[in-house]
Write a protein that binds this ligand. Structure first.
Ligand code: ZN
Ligand code: ZN
Length: 733
């Protein structure tokens, strides 16, 4: 069984040692093809591979094209000269047009680091990085490692020197990641001006004296030296470079007998390597070229075929609830290649069969309101720990608020969230961009670019957009991109220094109160602005009965407004605050029993569309303060589902009603193609045991924080398995 489930090859940094070995082993089997008389296998017949080379590179292009043809794929080349990119079309637009032709793999060479990540995120096609600026050149790294492994029969324990321009070399980076993961000792050698700052933190040794390094090396990988570097003053002269760092026969005399010399080509003979060394017995440069072909065949094969390697999964005997299709029926669910294939009464063959008898089979749950704290407060939560908490709570997808440090208010910060989420590899994490720069409420953030960077909605949550005119402009502006503003509705003047609900309990406790009117005034203002602009408005965490009534009225008048409520607001009241425990301090605050009743009524009659957690992690030290000093916020991803089942099922909502508020409704508001089990959609599935009886224990949580008011609560029902993109990411213990 191949250890490969990735759709893309973006770099070696992300790969595990097992995955690298899988590629190398696959390459081994493909190398044999090149020795046959008929050098072709039908593996990729009918598939289309596009070579998108925005930066020219004849060698890499030729190698990839030949690799694809040997796998019987159809190959289309697309170079910058022939492209509309020169006419000002963006990379994503161009790639989307290409994808529309029915392409299976795009091989991308691009001068900008991260360009392949951008396409991987925005397209459904597999992306293979063929070199992105100084970032990575993963197939070159792989073929270098493959060549070493082939000659030395191992990587672990070898000493490999990489000599030359480390700073601008994508080859160096890919080599370092790959070699380190497989256990080699790596020395980077070059002039100090061409060694990037902090590289030793990757676990490599830095050396400026080639003569000193040579005797211990098993392999020397010589990088091509770009003449522009000398022109930009990074070393004094070609002659000096050749003398100090060039590999020549005298230097070689001190090397081990079985030293391997590699070069990614094309070579500057005489500068970084002399001809007699380049063509001498230690050199494996020609092997590298042959191996490059085999490695690229392996990579194309794995990314294009990974879906068949993932195999098919049949979930049998469960009660399938899909609000999108109006299905609530006992059916078998077949997942193929990471997608939903069909819901059926028959029992098709599958590699993996999951018995879901007695379970509810739901589209992967979505929590559209969480705070993940990265960047800025990684001690409280990271995108990785938040992803683990999400899948443990049954959530295949979450949308995270931008009130991190720095704020997610530009394209790069939005992309950062995606990158970290991809690294974590558990849940789908969607960034929500800020409405205003720095969430200061003064100027609109770069909403268009945030959209391009993947932001699915906009919010200054944590704070309201206080200025009504800016809110109006924000609504008008996001409307152009078909997105919603998610608004934290609060009038800060009315809230003053309040720390809990204003009412009898706050009077008894002597704590300053936040009146219900603070929320209701803001909801009223915002639905009026939504009416004015005809834009999409989503009201976050409604806590008051009056708020529910305003939303109900707005919906009746045809205003484009939706709303969410949290489990704590429809379950707990301000009575909980009596012991001054900050685990009950959140904003908006816990209200009264009448409000709880009204929120439940809103859930029942559809005034409230969504249940979301407002997961807000805080460290124990930060939270264990006097009530008035402690921060607002509690965690909720891992308690949401059981609390909602316990409190609502058979009292307020039936199962399809609950599932729709956790899947199809938030998916529609965010405009993400999720929350459904319609054939062809991503295979995100949550299996729920509706009867499991258990006690919530924060010590078992995957979240880094512990501030959950439901700790110790006896509950019914839980997520027992979370499947994301066809792969199981969580199974309940
Ligand atoms: Zn809020
Ligand atoms: Zn929030």
């Amino acid at each position: 069984m191949l250890n490969w489930t990735r759709k893309h090859l973006l770099g070696l940094e992300d790969l595990s040692a097992d995955e690298i070995n899988t590629i190398l082993d696959t390459a081994e089997s493909f190398r044999e093809v090149s020795m046959r008389k008929k050098k072709k296998v039908p593996t990729m017949t009918g598939k289309v591979v596009v070579m998108m080379f925005i930066e020219p590179s004849t060698r890499t292009l030729t190698s990839f094209s030949l690799a694809a043809r040997r796998l019987s794929a159809d190959v289309v080349s697309f170079s910058k000269a022939s492209s509309s990119i020169t006419k000002g079309e963006t990379l994503v637009d161009t790639a989307k047009n290409i994808q529309a032709l029915g392409v299976d793999v795009i091989v991308l060479r691009h001068p900008a680091p991260g360009a392949p990540n951008l396409l991987a995120r925005t397209l459904s096609t597999s992306i293979v990085n063929a070199g992105d600026g100084p970032h990575e050149h993963p197939t070159q790294g792989l073929l270098d490692i493959f060549t070493i492994r082939d000659r030395k029969k191992r990587i672990e324990g070898l000493t490999v020197a990489i000599v030359g321009d480390i700073k601008y070399s994508r080859v160096a980076r890919s080599n370092i990641w790959g070699l380190k993961k497989l256990g080699a000792h790596v020395i980077v050698v070059g002039p100090a001006t061409l060694i990037p700052a902090g590289i030793e933190k990757l676990g490599v040794e830095v050396c400026h004296d080639l003569d000193k390094a040579i005797p211990e090396c098993d392999v020397i990988n010589i990088l091509r030296i770009q003449l522009e570097r000398q022109q930009s003053g990074l070393f004094p002269s070609i002659r000096e470079y050749a003398r100090v760092f060039g590999l020549n026969s005298e230097r070689l005399a001190r090397a081990k007998d079985n030293l391997l010399i590699m070069h990614p080509g094309p070579m500057n003979r005489v500068i970084e390597i002399t001809p007699e060394v380049a063509d001498g017995p230690h050199s494996v440069v020609l092997d590298q070229v042959t191996n490059g072909l085999a490695v690229r065949m392996a990579v194309l094969y794995l990314v294009a075929e990974k879906r068949t390697d993932m195999g098919t999964t049949l979930i049998t005997g469960g009660r399938v609830i899909c609000p999108d299709q109006g299905i609530d029926q006992n059916l078998n669910l077949l997942l193929v290649d990471g997608k939903v294939r069909e819901l059926t009464e028959s029992r098709p063959h599958a590699d993996e069969v999951i018995d879901a008898s007695g379970m509810i089979v739901s589209p992967g749950l979505i929590d559209m309101h969480v705070h993940l704290r990265e960047p800025g407060k990684e001690d409280e939560e990271t995108i990785a720990s938040g992803s683990a908490a999400a899948v443990a709570g049954g959530f295949a997808s979450v949308a995270c608020m931008p009130n991190t440090d720095p704020t997610v208010d530009n394209e790069a910060s939005s992309e950062f969230v995606f990158l970290q989420a991809e690294r974590a590899g558990l849940a789908n994490i969607y960034p929500i961009g800020a409405v205003t720069k720095g969430r200061k409420g003064e100027e609109l953030a770069e909403i268009g670019q945030l959209s391009r960077g993947g932001s699915v909605a906009f919010s200054d949550d944590g704070s309201p957009v206080a200025n009504a005119d800016i809110m109006r402009r924000g609504l008008e502006y996001v409307k152009m991109f078909g997105k919603a503003i998610i608004e934290h509705c609060e009038d800060m003047n009315l809230s003053r220094d309040g720390v809990m609900n204003e009412g009898l309990v706050s009077t008894i406790l002597g704590l300053p109160g936040i009146p219900a009117a603070s929320e209701e005034v803001a909801i009223a203002r915002n639905v009026i602005l939504a009416d004015l602009t005809r834009a999409k408005l989503h009201i976050a965490h409604v806590s008051t009965g009056g708020g529910v009534e305003l939303i109900r009225m707005a919906k009746r008048r045809g205003i484009n407004v939706t709303a969410e409520v949290t489990p704590h607001h429809f379950t707990l009241t301000d009575d909980c605050v009596r012991a001054y425990d900050p685990v009950y301090k959140m904003n908006p605050p816990l209200r009264t029993q009448e409000d709880v009743n009204e929120l439940r009524a809103g859930l029942r009659d559809g005034a409230i569309d969504v249940i979301a957690s407002d997961h807000a992690p805080h460290s124990t030290e930060e939270k264990e303060l006097e009530f008035s000093l402690a921060p607002f916020g509690i965690i909720g991803m891992e308690s949401l589902l059981p609390v909602a089942i316990t409190e609502l099922i058979d009292k307020v909502l039936d199962w399809p009603g609950l599932i729709s508020k956790l899947t199809w409704n938030p998916a529609r508001i965010l405009g993400i193609g999720k929350g459904s089990l319609r054939p062809g959609t991503d295979a995100d599935v949550t299996l729920i045991d509706p009867d499991a009886s258990w006690t919530i224990d924060v010590k078992q949580f995957k979240s880094k924080s512990r501030n959950c008011p439901f700790h110790g609560k006896n509950v019914r029902g839980r997520a027992v398995r979370t499947i994301v993109g066809g792969a199981t990411k969580y199974v309940a213990p």
